[in-house]
Design a protein around this ligand. Structure first.
Ligand SMILES: Cc1ncc(COP(=O)(O)O)c(C=O)c1O
Length: 383
């Protein structure tokens, strides 16, 4: 047989999935690996989907998405993200933020283009780049996980096409400050670069930090692709509904790629998102408080146990160093799974500079988090 795709075969099987495989069938495992909130999807969202199916909405959806949904996204994006957009030109509904990122790559890049990202960063960006022939230039984050502005400036070459940011960030929990964002934007404008901004964690932000969409800032809309989804805010990762907001030129390109690769997005699920966007966002207040509490608990316990770590201001992840314990992130993750039945993601899947780190998700109920911290402490004490 002839060789199959060497490009796709370069991508390893997801380490996160492998960890889940290890944990499956073991009832004693506490998972701190999951990138999914633990509350149930709000009832109106479920009903929206169910009612659509009862009305036999089972045929292909309009390629860009159901108009009623596009109008509600327009309204949300105008109010929450401060972008002056038009639903007919500037939005496309996607299969989660994952496909939104894919569409951004499809619309912006040609093979050989370079993309700058702060590292560590979300794993899918690296493989999307591989699949589209894009060279990722990783710029190591500062010790506190803030972007290394000088490093970003120095990474630019004539081949640089874009930068990708994700704030609040998975895996570091870093949320960009207004100054950091301004510094990044200055570089983008000076060098005529595009920006992909993944904002799926915009509501998971703490300590008085405020999420700002870069596309709302002067001179940025036309060069920015804003990625978002219903997945994290409505705890609806299985709905597979996300969206992109960008200029008409970019959305038109995305529509073509979308048409010929996925032919649209789950039709009935879009009605679930319609009901989600009609909901009063205050449903999230209590959930946010609980996540804030979990964050404080996990941070203070890990610090007490002796980890070197940075307090995250966003998302629901924390990324301690394992260096002090003379273990790589992978060794730590494998051993704690075997010895204490705690599932933790090794840092090395998030780029080249996080071999000696682990990523802990605190999207798990508080009692389980307490028990997990206890097990981590027992493990570390024995080292
Ligand atoms: C930063 C980031 N972007 C995108 C995604 C994918 O989101 P979705 O489930 O909507 O495809 C995730 C999921 O964990 C994420 O953490």
């Amino acid at each position: 047989m002839k060789e199959t795709s060497y490009i796709v075969s370069k991508a390893p099987k997801s380490a996160i999935r492998e960890l889940f495989d290890l944990a499956s069938g073991r009832s004693d495992v506490i998972s701190l690996g999951i990138g999914q909130p633990d509350f149930t999807t709000p009832e109106p969202v479920l009903q929206g989907n169910i009612e659509a199916l009862k009305k036999k909405i089972t045929m292909y959806a309009p390629t860009r998405g159901v108009p009623e949904l596009l109008k509600l996204i327009e309204d949300k994006v105008q109010r929450k993200n401060n972008l002056n957009i038009n639903w007919k030109d500037n939005i496309i509904v996607t299969n989660g933020a994952s496909q939104a990122v894919t569409l951004a790559f499809a619309a912006l890049f040609n093979p050989g283009d370079e993309l700058i990202i702060s590292s560590p960063n979300f794993v899918s960006y690296f493989y999307c780049a591989l699949f589209f022939g894009v060279k990722v230039i990783e710029v190591k984050r500062n010790k506190d996980f803030s972007p290394n502005i000088e490093g970003i400036r120095n990474a630019i070459t004539p081949k640089t096409k874009a930068m990708l940011i994700n704030s609040p960030n998975n895996p570091t929990g870093h949320a960009l400050t207004p100054t950091e964002l301004k510094e990044i934007i200055d570089i983008l404008i000076e060098n005529d670069l595009y920006l992909i901004t993944d904002e799926v964690y915009e509501n998971y932000i703490y300590d008085g930090f405020k999420h700002v969409s870069p596309a709302s800032l002067n001179g940025m809309f036309e060069r920015t692709v804003t990625v978002n989804a219903m997945s994290k805010l409505y705890s609806a990762t299985g709905f597979r509904i996300g969206y992109v907001v960008s200029s008409k030129t970019i959305i038109d390109l995305m529509e073509k790629y979308h048409q010929y690769t996925v032919a649209g997005t789950n039709h009935a699920a879009q009605y679930g998102f319609i009901e989600a966007l009609k909901m009063d966002i205050s449903f999230f207040d209590k959930i946010w408080q609980s996540f804030d509490k979990r964050r404080n608990l996990v941070y203070s316990r890990l610090k007490e146990i002796g980890f070197d770590l940075v307090k995250p201001h966003g998302a629901f992840y924390i990324m301690p160093s394992t260096e002090k314990f003379n273990l790589t992130g992978s060794q730590f993750s494998q051993r704690i799974m075997k010895e204490q039945a705690v599932a933790i993601i090794p840092g090395n899947i998030f780029g080249s500079f996080s071999d000696n780190m682990i990523r802990i998700s605190y999207a798990t109920e508080i009692e389980k988090l307490k028990e997990a911290m206890h097990r981590i402490e027992k493990f570390v004490l024995k080292l």
